[in-house]
Design a protein around this ligand. Structure first.
Ligand SMILES: [Zn+2]
Ligand SMILES: [Zn+2]
Length: 262
């Protein structure tokens, strides 16, 4: 248990870095999904798409210090580097991991992990434990921070995460559809990292379009929306203007490495 003086507690902030602003189709500025939130010195990783571990290092976080990984859903653009992460823990010369890994994810995460171990049996933890927790709609308190989840209806079990610390709120949707659960979990967020896969009016039944992002952000009265997980059609239009037509607060478009301190 960490004891912090009142002064130290006061300066603890949430520090958000977009590690992967893209999709299953990587582009030079937008890699597959990964979002880092640092609370004090504790790194929390949300999604772990291909290449995430390299970009985690670029953001100044050693995978040795990573203990908390959260999965929104199990599609490959959000999960492939879990194998890389586990491999690192048993392959680093001169270092052996002893601290546990806490892997939280949607329903099906345990089965996904078990199947991954069948494909790559050599990366199963030897010197440490991995504790897997499946969630749907829940609130879980940690030491000085809390996580809340809501179903996003992108897949049958996909979830969004609300991260709260020191009175500040970051919400990360993962892949999502427009629904009232998303409005509820995003309510009054300081930063709403929302997938914006396609332009307004684009036909989709399992992703967010710009107008849908605008409606959810406006209903939830978030302070800032970060447009994330943009597929190529969303990059061919003025996507900010499309969201701005409905949502009247701050809007930014995510690229890899973007950092926001809340
Ligand atoms: Zn995705
Ligand atoms: Zn997906």
């Amino acid at each position: 248990m960490q004891h912090l003086s009142p002064a130290t507690r006061h300066i603890k902030k949430m520090d958000l870095t977009i590690l992967g602003a893209g999709t299953a189709i990587p582009t030079p500025q937008r890699s597959p999904a990964g979002v880092l939130v640092r609370i004090g010195t504790t790194p929390l990783l949300f999604d772990i798409g291909p290449g995430t571990m390299a970009r985690l290092g670029l953001a100044g976080v050693s995978c040795r210090d990573l203990e908390y990984v959260f999965l929104t859903h199990l599609h490959s653009d959000h999960t492939l580097d879990l194998a890389t992460f586990l491999q690192i823990n048993d392959s680093t010369p001169g270092w052996t991991r002893t601290r546990p890994i806490h892997l939280m994810g949607c329903r099906g995460t345990q089965r996904f992990y078990d199947q991954l171990m069948q494909v790559y049996p050599e990366i199963s933890p030897q010197s440490y434990t991995i504790d897997i927790c499946e969630v749907a709609t829940e609130r879980i308190a940690f030491d000085g921070w809390a996580i809340e989840t809501a179903k996003t209806q992108h897949t049958g079990s996909s979830i969004a995460y609300r991260i709260e610390a020191e009175g500040h709120v970051i919400v990360y949707t993962g892949d999502a559809t427009e629904n009232l659960e998303l409005v509820r979990i995003a309510q009054d967020a300081d930063v709403f990292v929302c997938e914006c896969a396609f332009p307004s009016g684009y036909p989709t039944d399992d992703h967010m379009t710009a107008d849908a992002v605008g409606r959810v952000a406006q209903m939830a009265q978030v302070k800032q929306v970060v447009l994330n997980h943009l597929y190529p059609p969303a990059l061919e239009v003025d996507i900010v203007a499309q969201v701005r037509a409905i949502f009247d607060r701050e809007i930014v478009v995510a690229i890899d490495g973007m950092r926001i301190i809340v």
